[in-house]
Write a protein that binds this ligand. Structure first.
Ligand code: NAP
Length: 252
């Protein structure tokens, strides 16, 4: 079943039900990699025909609820899934772009949820993953970052700040040089998902760059989730992964 090698590889993917995350799951399964998905809902029936029994499992969890996530991580599900892996992967993909707008237009609860989902959850999962894989020879953490981590955009101050936090977490965690652990924060490009629909649906008062994203959609400049996921997984599995803590798949 394993296309790449006889290594047993297992991957945890957050936000696996739609968009980039769903395509990441398909790309991983196609390589014979077992996947545990974490999101608030269940994944629709998997595409791609028959899969090996036990290759895919999922847990319904609101990752913006840090208390609930801490409770779940105190259990054994994550460690039990990863047991026996020669290579373990964590893709921190789940994220939200909202609240969109200047500070005064944001609901404070939405700010808290965005920081919890985009920052607290990836960092908590990274910690639990690293602790659970101490005996795994090859373990890799990939944060799904964004160009917004590296450039500031009006209307996206929360999104920019949270994605920049992931970049800096990767930079600092890489300096710890834990045995066998590679960490990188990887921007996937502009991908045609529900999130892009939400961006185009925001009014100009909140997001002055809306027209630019409409034009990108109109002129076919968005990449498909499948294309972005294929490049992302190719990079994640490559020897180059983790050589630098910051990457952009458009530059690969
Ligand atoms: P999306 O279409 O909005 O999908 C988001 C995924 O995250 C869904 O599977 C959703 O599942 C899950 N999710 C959302 N809130 C959650 C929560 N509270 N708890 C658990 N899971 C949650 O987004 P996408 O465009 O695929 O984006 C994926 C990642 O890529 C994000 O980190 C995003 O910031 C990043 N990114 C996207 C683009 C782009 O152009 N699309 C560009 C740069 C970076 P449920 O609803 O089932 O929970």
């Amino acid at each position: 079943m394993t296309a790449t090698s006889s290594l047993v590889t297992k991957a945890i993917v957050t936000g696996h039900t739609r968009g980039l995350g769903a395509a990441l799951v398909d790309a991983l399964l196609a390589q014979g990699i077992a996947v545990l998905g974490l999101a608030r809902s269940s994944r629709a029936p998997l595409s791609g025909g028959s899969r090996a029994p036990g290759a895919f499992a999922e847990v319904e969890l609101d990752l913006a609820d840090s208390h609930r996530l801490a409770q779940w991580l105190a259990g054994d599900t994550l460690a039990a899934f990863l047991r026996g892996a020669d290579r373990a992967l964590l893709i921190n993909n789940a994220g939200m772009v909202g609240p969109i707008g200047p500070c005064s237009m944001q609901a404070v609860g939405d700010v808290g949820r965005a920081v919890a989902l985009n920052v607290a959850a990836p960092l908590m999962l990274s910690s639990a993953f690293a602790a659970a894989t101490g005996e795994t020879p090859d373990r890799r953490i990939a944060h799904v970052s964004s160009g917004a981590a590296r450039n500031a955009y009006a209307g996206w101050n929360v999104y920019c700040a949270t994605k920049a936090a992931l970049d800096h977490h990767a930079r600092a965690a890489a300096l710890d040089a834990e045995r066998g652990l590679r960490v990188a924060s990887v921007a996937p490009g502009v991908v045609d998902t529900d999130m892009q629909g939400e961006i185009r649906g925001t009014d100009d008062a909140r997001f002055p760059l809306r027209g630019r994203f409409e034009e990108m959609k109109r002129s076919g400049q968005l990449s498909s989730p499948e294309h972005a996921a294929s490049k992302f997984v190719g990079y994640l599995l490559s020897d180059a992964f983790g050589e630098t803590p910051i990457a952009d798949i458009r530059a690969l």
